[in-house]
Design a binder for this molecule. Sequence first.
Ligand code: DGJ
Length: 560
Amino acid sequence: MKKTSNPLLAAVCALALSVTYADAATPSATASKNAPIPRLMQQNGHYALMVDGKPFTMLGVQAHNSSNYPGALDKVWAAVKDVHANTLEIPVAWEQIEPVEGKFDFSYVDTLVAQARQKGVRLVLLWFGTWKNTGPAYTPEWVKFDNQRFPRMIDKDGKTGYCLTPLSEQTLKADTKAFVALMTHLKKIDEAKHTVIMVQVENEVGTYGSVRDFGPKAEAAFRQPVPQSVLARKKSPVPGAASGTWSEVYGPYADEYFHAYAIASYIEEVAKAGRAVYDLPMYVNNALRDPVEPMAPWKNNFSSGGPGYDVVDIYKAAAPHIDIVAPDIYISESHKVNAVLTQFQRPDNALFVPEMGNAATYARYVYQIIGKGALGVAPFGFDYASYSNYPLGSKYTDRRMIEPFARIYDVFAPMQRVWAKWAFEGRTHGVAEGDDRAPQVVKMNGWDLRLTFREFQFGESEHQQGRTDFPEGTEKPSGGVAIAQIGPDEFVFVGQQIRLKLTGTGPNAGKPTGYARVEEGHFGADGKWVMERNWNGDQTDYGLNLPATPTVLKVRMGSY
Ligand code: DGJ
């Protein structure tokens, strides 16, 4: 790759950088009437969530499960404001919009959408319908307690389980009707403004304790041939027939895969009907199976039939109206987070993290996730409702929970539009400090970036063998950086608690290189770069040492 010492290329890069977005700082929830509907776009395997026709980085949070009532919203908005989020994910429960069959009440949705607009915050609505964490808790009473009309699954021993079967036409019809009513109402109140930018269909589907439904209808379907659409996408992990019944093709995986297909097909019908009315992007989320243990058939160790990494292809085959299969990350170990992000970021599947623990240890993953070009991220349980889901998330329910994320969202908020554009162009990378605190290397065009942790800002650690003191605030891993290569030799770094060093590779290999500019600054309300100072001397002699406070650098390298 050529270098910006070429004046023509430098001008092109400067032009690229000057692209600005009017609402970069304040995510407007009042788009003009002509603004196009939110949608997902893909180019060369990179994705953008287009909001008002431009790439958008969702700096989200998800409210607690029971905060979906007008009386609870004040405590939600207060936290959303404190954390500087631009998007709130919040449930809409079937039980609240259709408490009596056929009688719909959208007063909560109306209040929610109106308040979101006042606050300048976008919404992602979570449809808690037939399944919420696999169970029917959010179905209306007339569904929950009528097992004749809305049957539960039957387990291998013939016992009635807790989970509604995906093979009931009655349940599918009723859920679809309610979801279509919701989307119809949403279109009426929000089509001109697009406050709501995405919809999650159901919540963490699948089944615990039974690999699939063993009722008579399920048994008959299980003996049918695997549909061609599934065969075309999902190869068996073990030698099996190229076609035939589920057991013939998928052997010991057949039960789980059949159940995944049944649930995905059900979700497809709900999503398809909803999108026919109002075509917002839609996704499913999932409770993860262990991402690093060797893949093996279900043995009561994860929610069978949920959209885990092994069955993404089955969901893609069965549910084309679902844009994204998304992981909910409640595993804090860094090697597992790395594995999950790799499993779900695929050329056919945009990376999006709709839930993540809200404990401080997860904050550094925001850099990694946004840096990897995700559409967005939303730590879970961000409101002041005095409820903590510790140990999944933070122990705190006050500003101490908010703070580690607020500092990071604060620096990304004004630049979220330009960041989303770079991500869509495939220019970005993201790193979080590993639990092992070990150095990491990011390979870019013409440059390697070496990242080290727990370094004092002055001096080289290799000259300090056996040291026992470390910088304050680095007792636990908290470092991270999101990187955008905005020109051949030019970078934007957003990060904290990390040392960065660039080495030339490819056309720059073997040449003496140095910093041309190391500007610290921020992106202004208009999305333009605002330089505050230029780092030199001590500030660059030992690499670029990003402090505990999230810092934005715009760096240009030179060589001779
Ligand atoms: C994941 C679910 O999707 C959330 O609704 C919530 O139940 C969390 N688990 C646990 O707090």
